[in-house]
Every structure is written in structure tokens, then in C-alpha cells.
Design a binder for this molecule. Sequence first.
Ligand code: DOR
Ligand code: ZN
Length: 425
Amino acid sequence: MTAYLITGVSVVGGEPTDLLIRDGVVAAVGDGLAADDATVVDATGLVALPGLVDLHTHLREPGREDAETVESGSRAAALGGYTAVCAMANTSPVADTAGVVEQVWRLGREAGLVDVQPIGAVTVGLAGERLAELGAMADSAAGVRIFSDDGHCVSDPRLMRRALEYVKAFDGVIAQHAEEPRLTEGAQMHEGEVSTRLGLTGWPAVAEEAIIARDVLLAEHVGSRLHVCHVSTAGSVEVLRQAKARGVRVTAEVTPHHLLLTDAKAESYDPVFKVNPPLRTAADIAALREALAEGVIDIIATDHAPHAVEDKECEWAYARPGMLGLETALSIALDVFGPRWDLIAERMSRTPARIAGLTGHGVDPTPGVPANLTLVDPAARRVIEPAELASRSRNTPYARMTLPGRIVATFLRGEPTVLDGKAVK
Ligand code: DOR
Ligand code: ZN
């Protein structure tokens, strides 16, 4: 194993110092470190963060390897500063058995670019009818702790209750895609002024808020852990605020796109802006930003949702919902929050690692901890060119936008996955 001496780096926004990485761990932190055998990385002006952790990534393998593979998604993640991602279960076949989650886990290990932690489906085939083999997935080599039917809501309250009860035994988490399906039938975008003007069927905020309200009550009743995926409305924030004040074991995520883009983007009819839940209003964005800063929303998760060209470059009504996120998330966080490094580390690394139970991730570089970290150049600005992304898909909503920040290097257990802004393998 190579040793790396990272010099002049600001650790989570602190005064510049040196970091020595050896044998997969942070060996030393301090000024004027020296190591003859180490490769020197001059990190003057760069900020070191604990490697980012994404709780919500769609990798599309097995089944849609044309849109993304575990390897291509892992590379996109590493380039985005991530050292761990949780892979959503809506693959084909669905990740609803020990066999499929072990396959995804193994593919992640083989790619070796980030730790890929599979999420298991809550119900068989995401059909919302019968519980999947949660225990078998938990006991598998993949050690699944988070279960989600994401893409679909576990809308049957009895099934949701059973799922919460089941995972309580091993402190598992149910991650809910909060969408009351009867309220969103035929929905194409956020229900509001813009949908009325465009004549598109709306997805009302209450369809999300009603499910979150129900589920925090169920989680409270059962005493289990609930995680709410991609919170998108101001009303959801209020439901979460109240639940947290009562001590309900609920955590929540917001995506970069819901922190930045409004439903006005639909006026272009460009399906790159079609996503589920849909882009909301400026007032929702303001509430989401405030909630994230306060901790009512715990984390930023990308909901990286690669789609093949034919599923996106078509009429709005036929396009699949979802947008890329891994390679731009940190830039969006910097754009929205500025250099609030501790907040960024908390919301994009430490807390998601804790929710997912990923030990060794989400820990600031101090002597002895696994060297999972990323180096950011906060002064850099870059123009997003879809063709230059490592993802197999091109559906970024930030095409040709100039965004702040650039990932210069990422280390996974002491080995670089990204150096000089380029993937190492
Ligand atoms: O926009 C979305 N895309 N929302 C989801 O919940 C699923 C995801 C996907 O799988 O493409
Ligand atoms: Zn998703």
C-alpha cells in the first residue's frame, strides 16, 4: 500500500495542516509532517471532508445496465467526493431477496471505487402487497439495514406497520417514498400555478405530507426508525418538525435539486426537469433550506436517477422521472450554503453514515480512523458538460450551468479513487 502525505489542507474548514495516510488509515494529522516513502499531494487551498455518503442512489444494475452499472455509478460517486452509496432496490429483478442484494454488494466490491451498500425492497417486487424477505436480506453478506420501495410508496398502512415492526428487532430502517398514490394519479408536475397554466395534471403537496404524517404516527406507535426520502414541501417540514419535537425516531433527506430548482423549470417542457417528487415552489425551497440548516431535515441525499436517452428525450408525459446527482451534489451544496464546511460534512457525510450504520465512513480525519475522505477545491468553478460525466446517462438538470467547487481527490480506505480530478481506474 502506498502512503500519501496531503499537505496544507484545511480539515473541514480549519487552519491548514498536513495529513498522513498509511495502510488504509489516517496515520497522523499535524503541521510539518514528513514521510520519505509517501506520495505528496499538495493540497494548498483545498478542504478535506470525510468522504461523502449518499443514502439514496439508483445504480440500475441488475437490469438497466444501459443507463448505469454499479461500476459506472460508483465512478460517478467517487468523482463527486463520495466513499459510500446506498443502492436503491428498484432494479430488475428487484432487490427483494438475499441473492440480489448480495449480487449488488459483490459488484460494488469488485468495482472498488466506493462502498456500495444495498437497500432491500420492503415488498416483493415493489408491488406493495407482501413483505419481502427482510430478515434474509439483513442476515445476508450484504447486511441490509435500510429497506425501501422507493419509486413507489408503501401506501398500505398495515403493511407499513408490519415492516416497521419487523425491522425493529435489528434496528433497521424503513425509508419511505412518501406519495399517496390516489392523490397523484396521472400527475406530471407540482400542482400549483405553473401546472394550471401549462394544463398539466398536478402532484399536490398534500400527497407527500399525508403519508409522512401517517408514517411518523406509525413509527411512534411501533417505536421503530423511519427515514423519509426526498422531502420536497414546506408542509412536510412542519410535520417532521412536530414529530421530532415529540421524539419520534424519524430522519429525513432532501435532494440537491429540491434545494435549487423550482417548478418553473417545467415551462421548458424539457423532461430533464421531470422528477418524482416534482420540483416545487420557491417558498418550498426556502423552507427546505432552513430545515436542512436547522437539522429538521437531517441530510442531503442525491436520488441519483440515471435514465437512458430514449426514456428522457421524449415528450414530457412519457419521460421517466429522475435526474443525475452524484457528480454535482457537493457543488449544489456549496452554491446553496456557501463554505459552511461543518454543515456540509454533517449533512452529507457524518449523519448519512450514522443513519445507514456505515462504520468507518462519516468520520473526520483523525489518527487511526479509516482514510475515507475527499479533497475539495472551493475556489474552482466548472461548467457542467453532460458528455463529460462518468455516469452512463446524461440527464443532468445542470447542463452548461457554472457551479462552484471541484472534487480534486477522493480516498477510499487510503487508496485514491480520484486524483487531480480524474478517476484513478
Ligand atoms: O424521480 C425519481 N426517479 N423518483 C423516484 O422515486 C424513483 C426514481 C427512479 O428510479 O428513476
Ligand atoms: Zn429514488
